[in-house]
Design a protein around this ligand. Structure first.
Ligand code: BLA
Length: 494
């Protein structure tokens, strides 16, 4: 049976967000079939924006609606997801409208919003140029983040602007923030992966941003010619998942706006903005934010690329040095015995062991001979992997052996030599009490309403400390790479 949390996650992961059949009320939507050029779907609020009765629009050609005089969709590129802003000079009873055409697979979406009041132009260039510089060290990276959240706050007027960075398991942490007293701070807090299900994350791959200007507004249904629901994956207006609206409500947030941050093509994080009250952004404000984020991502990507090259260089040098020293010894076993401290330190480990045949060398904070016997037997005879990395050995040895009292983290590599058979290397780290500051207890998604247990996002986002035991300091990417490269180099040398 599923736990309540698993049941909720499963429900969220299967919600077909793009087929919601409704939009948010800050705009009106027309869907046109690419082949026939006729309107197949239209939002029921169309008249509020351009005065046209939505039921009369269905089945018509776009030109017949006569609201975009002289505008053609020919300039809209063919690839799905491409967008084109269209100037509509026409005045409607509500004033002027902004029109956006978005290309779908075999359809086009026309999204209509009320034009914003003319305001001072946004100084995008001025805000962007400092973001284009490449940070040099960790302090400058922090400054880089802070520059972006401050620029966002200025452009959008949102109360709280955060940079939310995804971890490997898709949980995330707020690493930079510009906020106001009214909303308070989430800086440094961790949020579980289930807060943004994969299905919602994937929509960030298709779209430049996501705006929910009023978390209390009623969705507006689409009217359609047939039973086929419109695919709204590319729509800025797409209605919001009820679970997420509840989430925002629990957070005390009236509006939200977010822009994906991509580093080398992969979703790295989000700029997440909250406003206490409903808060609408114009097209210009939204695209300014997207441009700022793109500039910021370039700098960030260059920084990470530079760091990567540096660490590969120093890795190579470290491995070379050790191998050179090892080569001085006739007998590899003897050489490694003499080099064990360097080998241990190269991985930032507190314990080290090597085994050839039935011989074992152990040094530092490592399991004793019995414990090593259990580990080595498993790695040699049962594990199919040639590299095993863990910061929680309990996953592999399930409370067996007293060895877990001594170590919690292990990197193990094995390589086969003609001379000696399988040669095994082990690095160990002790357990280290770890605290994670969550925004609310992530295991409590269940609430009771009038005595009925409901699946619902958690109510509280107050800091909640999880103490993790039995974990070592995690192995960094560089250390994981060292292990793999060490194994490959070792293969040539053995
Ligand atoms: C969407 N959840 C989102 C989005 C964010 C978050 C940013 C994108 C929409 C938006 O910008 O508001 C989560 N927002 C956060 C987090 C922070 C933040 C972590 O500001 C931290 C600072 N949500 C849940 C649960 C489910 C869920 C339990 O808490 C379901 C299991 C679902 N979240 C959910 C869904 C969406 C979403 C379905 C998509 C909403 C939509 O685009 O329609």
């Amino acid at each position: 049976t599923l736990s309540m949390l698993e049941a909720l996650v499963q429900r969220c992961e299967s919600e077909q967000l793009h087929l919601s059949g409704a939009i948010q009320s800050f705009g009106a939507l027309i869907r046109i079939d690419s082949k026939s050029g006729t309107v197949t779907h239209v939002s029921s609020n169309l008249a509020d924006f351009i005065g046209t009765d939505p039921t009369k629009a269905l089945g018509q050609k776009l030109e017949a609606l006569n609201f975009l005089p002289g505008v053609s969709l020919e300039a809209l590129p063919d690839q799905p997801g491409k967008r084109l802003r269209m100037d509509s000079a026409a005045e409607f009873m509500g004033g002027r409208v902004d029109v956006l055409a978005v290309r779908g697979v075999d359809f086009i979406l026309i999204e209509i919003e009320r034009s914003a009041m003319p305001s001072a132009p946004i100084p995008v260039q001025q805000l962007q140029s400092p973001l284009l510089s490449v940070p040099y060290d960790d302090d400058e990276v922090m400054e880089h983040h802070n520059m972006l959240v401050q620029a966002f706050q200025m452009v959008t007027g949102y109360d709280r602007v955060m940079i939310y960075r995804f971890q490997e398991d898709w949980s995330g942490e707020v690493i930079s923030e510009a906020t106001t007293k009214a909303l308070g701070s989430y800086l440094g807090l961790r949020f579980p992966a289930s807060d943004i299900p994969a299905i919602a994350r994937n929509l960030y791959v298709l779209n430049p941003c996501r705006m929910i200007p009023d978390a209390t507004a009623q969705p507006v249904p689409l009217l359609g010619l047939g039973d086929v629901p419109a695919d709204l994956a590319w729509s800025d207006l797409r209605s919001v998942s009820p679970v997420h609206l509840e989430y925002l409500n629990h957070m005390g947030v009236g509006a939200s706006f977010s822009v994906p941050i991509r580093v080398t093509g992969k979703l790295w994080g989000l700029v997440a903005c909250h406003s206490l009250k409903p808060h609408l952004l114009s097209h210009d404000q939204r695209s300014a934010c997207v441009s700022l984020t793109n500039a910021y991502s370039l700098g960030l990507t260059s920084y990470f690329a530079g760091r990567r090259i540096q660490s590969l260089d120093s890795l190579d040098r470290r491995i070379e040095k050790i191998l050179e020293a090892l080569a001085q010894h006739e007998d590899p076993f003897d050489g490694i015995d003499k080099m064990k401290d360097q080998l241990m330190k190269a991985m930032g480990a507190q314990g080290f062991a090597m085994a050839i045949g039935n011989d074992v060398v152990i040094t530092g904070e490592a399991p004793d001979l019995d414990g090593m016997g259990v580990i080595d037997d498993w790695f040699l005879n049962e594990s199919r992997d040639t590299v095993v990395i863990s910061d929680h050995l309990d996953d592999l040895f399930h409370g067996q052996v007293g060895l877990l009292a001594v170590v919690s983290g292990m990197v193990a590599i094995k390589a086969r030599s003609l001379r000696s058979g399988w040669v095994r290397f082990y690095w160990f780290r002790p357990a280290m009490a770890q605290e994670v500051a969550w925004a609310g207890n992530p295991n409590k998604p269940v609430v009771e309403k009038a005595g009925v247990v409901m699946l619902s996002p958690r109510r509280s986002f107050e800091k909640w400390i999880e103490v993790k035991s039995g974990y070592s300091r995690p192995w960094s990417n560089d250390e994981r790479m060292t292990a793999a490269r060490f194994r490959n180099t070792l293969l040539q040398w053995l």
